[in-house]
Write a protein that binds this ligand. Structure first.
Ligand SMILES: [Zn+2]
Length: 633
């Protein structure tokens, strides 16, 4: 659904779907308000935070509402038939919270920032969870308001208390009516995905700015001197994963509780501020009376050591390692006399991207004059996550084919190639939910090579976070990020009005139901309804995943057909192909060679680039990661 389509009419439609209202008159505002109120009666909930109302959604009610759609119903039934759910063996939630900033990357409207919380089921297959409609919105709150209510940690805590202690979704479960039968679904949490400021806020920790940048490690510190004196400690810039000691929940809670006791001592005058601050630094926590980690009732369900997840989208793409690496790289290139204009010329030249995957203007926009000015001024290269997905392979190609001919950039290129390998490995883990050790080896290699290229001090907290490979790549926030875009658009309708949470959430749920009704169970395998674009037809039967392809399989396609092959080439690098008159559009560095342009059977591996006739060379990445497109002309 196009974001521009969002309007109150969706809410009206929802009300009609609910059959709670007869035909509505769209011309009048009143029935729309009535419809949204009716919707709210069904899914809304209210919690009290220090005497202030916090309007959010009830997890079980919104789940019941979604279970009424065919897509959710089938997904839940499939889940249950694969593994029935009991209170001892619940389904696992992925709980995601992120700050949404209206405006754009160069001109964010910081005062309009709000936090949004969502959840989905980790058991859903990848082809479902990549759709935003498979994520349940739970709450939104303006960041300014959250600050006055004990912070994002407290709001998250209140939301979780509602789910686990009021709705009792773990102990009593949620009764769902599916296909004329009642099922009871129980839920536990598998992962918490919070990035940057949200991570710091929710876990009341100092993260990269503190001495203890990573809650998941018991021995990682941000202090090279300290780490060199104590053999147990490890500086966070180290890529030696064998020395990382995983913290347990008990250790994390004990640290938090020590700080709480010290805080009580401080109030009673039994310790000095300096002593309290020292413990705060040593434990890595910033004490907050209403912080999530201090909620003893919730500790049964909220287990930071197991559930904190530094997801790969935030580690790599959303103000992540790719952006850091680009900033360092451009800095280095400028020092060698490189002109950014050359890069702009390159990007503006021959790239033709299937619109299903992203707009060419997005790629071109990455090299705009404004971005260049910002880069020159601040030394920081800015672009959002989906722009980075398009840009990374193009930039790699540019470095390999153009820049290194003129400049000696061996070390920088090795680092960028290692980063690219890590990106591919992360995508592979997400797709197959296996291969974590290969991913980690790539992360270690990248972390080592970036220090070789850009100096020992170039690492950030995300370099360390990316070394974690427990849950980190199996689930990421691309869908969440897209959902943020939807909420951002929805929020434009209510910029300063009253009941902002109610307004945003009812519209978001309306849009979600509308999407679920019209998506034909995502049968086209596309994330959004983008079925055609000029000059290219995107097959409705887009080739998906290729998991059933064997080494000797040959794909035959007829002229005029386009195959979208997602995440496939890196699985079976030497699959043979046979087609004629092809145009290849691909994540360039994955194509190894083409035998002939006319009988284009080719083997694929992870280096170099091929060119087939005068094809439009091209990087393509689906929103969620690399994709490979073969277009027959
Ligand atoms: Zn760590």
């Amino acid at each position: 659904m196009a974001l521009g389509k969002i309007s109150d009419s969706h809410v009206v439609k929802v009300a009609q779907v609910l059959r709670s209202l007869p035909d509505l008159d769209l011309a009048s505002r009143k029935p729309i308000r009535t419809a949204r109120s009716k919707l709210w009666d069904r899914i809304g909930a209210k919690s009290d935070i220090n005497g202030t109302d916090f309007e959010h959604l009830s997890f079980s009610s919104v789940l019941k509402l979604m279970a009424g759609t065919e897509v959710w119903k089938q997904a839940l039934l499939r889940l249950y038939s694969a593994r029935p759910c009991t209170s001892d063996s619940p389904y696992s939630l992925v709980f995601y919270g992120d700050e949404v900033t209206p405006g754009n990357v160069l001109a964010p409207e910081v005062s309009m920032k709000f936090m949004a919380w969502y959840a989905t089921l980790s058991e859903f297959p990848l082809e479902l969870v990549c759709h935003t409609s498979m994520w349940l919105p739970l709450a939104v709150m303006a960041s300014n308001k959250a600050r006055t209510l004990g912070g994002v940690s407290n709001v998250t805590r209140v939301l979780l208390r509602h789910m686990f202690l009021t709705e009792r979704i773990s102990d009593d479960g949620v009764v769902l009516e599916l296909a004329d039968r009642q099922f009871c679904f129980y839920f536990a949490i598998k992962m918490f995905l919070f990035d940057g400021e949200a991570y710091r806020a929710v876990w009341s920790c100092k993260a990269s700015s503190g001495k203890r940048p990573c809650l998941k490690c018991d021995n990682v510190v941000n202090d090279k001197g300290l780490a060199s004196r104590d053999p147990f400690l490890l500086d966070f810039s180290s890529h030696d994963v064998s020395k990382m000691v995983k913290a347990t929940n008990a250790q994390i809670w004990a640290n938090a509780d020590r700080l709480k006791a010290k805080h009580a001592d401080r109030i009673l005058g039994r310790c000095t501020k300096a002593e309290f601050d020292k413990l705060s630094v040593a434990t890595g926590f910033t004490f907050s009376e209403s912080g999530l980690v201090w909620d003893v009732d919730l500790r049964r369900w909220v287990r930071p050591a197991d559930q904190i997840t530094f997801d790969s989208m935030h580690n790599l793409y959303s103000n992540g390692l790719c952006q850091f690496e680009c900033s360092l790289l451009f800095g280095r290139l400028f020092s060698l006399g490189f002109e950014f204009d050359d890069f702009r010329t390159f990007i503006n030249s021959r790239f033709n991207i299937c619109r299903t995957l992203g707009l060419r203007s997005h790629l071109v926009g990455c090299a705009s004059q404004k971005r260049q000015n910002h880069l020159k001024r601040s030394g920081t290269f800015v672009c959002n996550a989906s722009e980075m997905l398009l840009l990374r392979p193009v930039l790699l190609h540019f470095l390999q084919r153009v820049v290194q001919i003129k400049f000696d950039i061996k070390k920088e290129l090795a680092s960028f190639e290692a980063l690219s390998d890590m990106c591919m490995a992360a995508f592979s883990v997400k797709r197959t939910r296996s291969g974590q050790s290969h991913y980690q080896a790539c992360a270690v290699q990248y972390c080592r090579l970036t220090k070789v290229a850009h100096g020992e001090d170039c690492t950030k907290a995300k370099h360390h976070f990316a070394l974690h490979a427990e849950n980190e790549c199996s689930f990421d926030c691309f869908a969440g990020e897209r959902k943020n875009q939807l909420l951002k658009a929805v929020a434009q309708h209510n910029r300063r009005g009253a009941r902002r949470e109610f307004s945003i959430l009812t519209r978001a749920v309306g849009c979600q139901l509308d999407e679920l009704e019209t998506c034909e169970a995502f049968r086209d395998r596309l994330h959004a309804h983008k079925e055609s674009c000029p000059g290219i037809l995107v097959s409705k039967h887009a080739f998906h995943q290729g998991s059933d392809l064997q080494k000797d399989d040959v794909i035959r396609a007829s002229t005029g057909e386009i195959l979208v092959i997602r995440g496939f080439l890196d699985v079976s690098p030497d699959v043979g192909w046979s087609c004629s008159g092809i145009v290849i559009v691909a994540d360039v560095y994955l194509f190894h060679r083409v035998v002939t342009p006319h009988y284009a059977s080719f083997a694929l591996s992870s280096s170099s680039l091929v060119q087939v006739r005068s094809f439009e060379l091209v990087p393509v990445s689906y929103f969620d990661g690399p994709n490979f497109i073969v277009a027959l002309s």
